[in-house]
Design a protein around this ligand. Structure first.
Ligand code: BGC
Length: 448
């Protein structure tokens, strides 16, 4: 028989309340976030990298065929996108590639060979001729031009030896040559947040609307990009924001301290809000509570005893179960190796909801931090383009964020902030960025 989960009620209530965040705490986080944006832009340090992107807003009229690559996690995609102008885009072909755990911790060349092989599978089927390539690299990188991106320390559990400090566009170019794909040229590299922002702008401008102001990813990792006017479109690398100590729990402190990648102290916001970590936080709390009950054999022999065995998809499943007896939570816990009473399932559900609720509230506070830099009194309409599996997959996540914004700034101002879910935006966004780069390049050569 599977071990039982059981927690003392007071300890459960205490753990749930540890994940609650007051409006005052969120206000102060938003203020710190705005201040750190200014600090990063001034080159005065701080936890927000404010990286340059070398791209600008599209007109909405960009057109042509572009090869795209989207890499920022275990699964990536290579494809061909046809931009039709007027905000239209069509995915012509697509190939998925997957990395093994060994590759995620291995050498540089094999990783880029996996990417190049997938590009080969889509390009080989295309008519001859040269193709530009837009490369979405969803890790921190310091761009030195639109097609030169120096890798910084990796995130989301990756550790490719020797990648840091190298130009990922050049590495992809080398891998393409090894694969005999000289006709494909890496013409633009962008972060996924930038691709999401740019795709929303392309669609909107193509239909006569206004461009997006912020791009947000909330999936395995998290990050924001923003159009900061004179400072250009910047990749904030907001997952690294460190102003979260007022709302951290002992579980967050331990999680941060015990991970080698990213190192302790790095990616503090990401470790509290993104999909890679939410299941792990729940696992730690449940395991701890179970251990504290004398005589409980339970969680020690279930998935709750194994780091990262509980995933954010599980939290989505817990939230989606509307049955009286929490039947699907029951089934899920059995899959994870634990039997439970209905009360225990309610406890797990309350905890899971509290952990995700804190994530949504922190996301709202940090978005507010960026919005206030764009417009201190929030007088104008603003558009936030969002993509990512947690945002798209967790029931009600968008409403939690929207509700927190109303709580913090009132309904009238919150109504001026439009949040658009741009599903599967990154590959198509990369195509638009490559097309913008091509247009910028030809404008430069005709004026120079
Ligand atoms: C990376 C960002 C990326 C985000 C979302 C973070 O871990 O550092 O570059 O935008 O994940 O994919």
């Amino acid at each position: 028989m599977s071990p039982m989960l059981a927690f003392p009620d007071a300890a459960l209530a205490h753990a749930v309340s540890a994940f609650e965040t007051t409006a005052a705490a969120l206000e102060s986080i938003a203020g710190d976030f705005s201040a750190q944006i200014a600090q990063g832009l001034a080159g005065a340090g701080g936890s927000l990298k404010m990286l340059r992107t070398f791209t600008s807003q599209p007109t909405g009229r960009e057109s042509g065929r572009v090869v795209v690559v989207d890499w920022g996690g275990t699964k990536g995609r290579a494809g061909i996108v046809e931009l039709g102008g007027a905000g239209a885009a069509r995915l012509v072909a697509e190939e998925v590639f997957t990395f093994s755990e060994e590759q995620k911790r291995g050498a540089v060349a094999p990783v880029f060979d996996v990417v190049a092989a997938a590009i080969g599978r889509v390009v080989d089927a295309q008519p001859t001729g040269a193709y530009p390539l837009g490369f979405v690299y969803s890790f921190p990188a310091r761009l030195e031009g639109i097609n030169r991106a120096v890798a910084l320390a990796l995130t989301k559990g990756w550790r490719v030896a020797g990648l840091e400090g190298q130009d990922v566009a050049a590495l992809l170019g080398d891998a393409l040559r090894r694969r005999g794909l000289e006709r494909v040229r890496v013409s633009a590299v962008a972060n996924d947040t930038v691709a999401t922002l740019i795709l929303q702008s392309y669609r909107s401008r193509g239909a006569g609307g206004r461009p997006a102001d912020i791009g947000l990813i909330l999936g395995t990792g998290t990050n924001q990009a923003a159009d900061l006017g004179p400072a250009g479109i910047r990749n904030l690398e907001s997952g690294n924001f460190d102003g979260v100590t007022a709302v951290e729990t002992p579980y967050d402190v331990a999680l941060d301290r015990e991970q080698r990648e990213p190192r302790p102290g790095a990616q503090r916001l990401e470790k509290m809000v993104s999909g890679h970590y939410l299941g792990e936080i729940l696992r730690r709390v449940v395991y701890d509570l179970s251990q504290r009950r004398a005589g409980l054999r339970g969680a020690a022999h279930s998935a709750f005893a194994t780091p990262f065995a509980v995933e954010s998809e599980h939290l989505s499943r817990i939230a989606a179960d509307r049955s009286n007896g929490l039947d699907d939570v029951d089934a899920l816990l059995r899959e994870l190796g634990a039997t439970s009473t209905r009360e225990e399932r309610q406890g797990v559900r309350a905890l899971s909801g509290a952990i995700v609720g804190r994530s949504a509230r922190l996301v709202a506070a940090t978005l507010l931090g960026t919005l206030r830099v764009l417009d201190p009194v929030l007088a104008d309409r603003r558009t936030i383009a969002v993509d990512g599996s947690l945002w798209g997959g967790y029931p009600g996540f968008a409403s939690l964020v929207a509700g927190t914004l109303v709580e913090l700034i009132g309904r009238e101002r919150a109504d001026r902030i439009e949040i658009v879910f741009v599903k599967d935006s990154t590959s198509t966004g990369a195509a638009v960025i490559a097309a913008v780069a091509a247009a910028q390049g030809s404008a430069r050569s005709s004026s120079g």
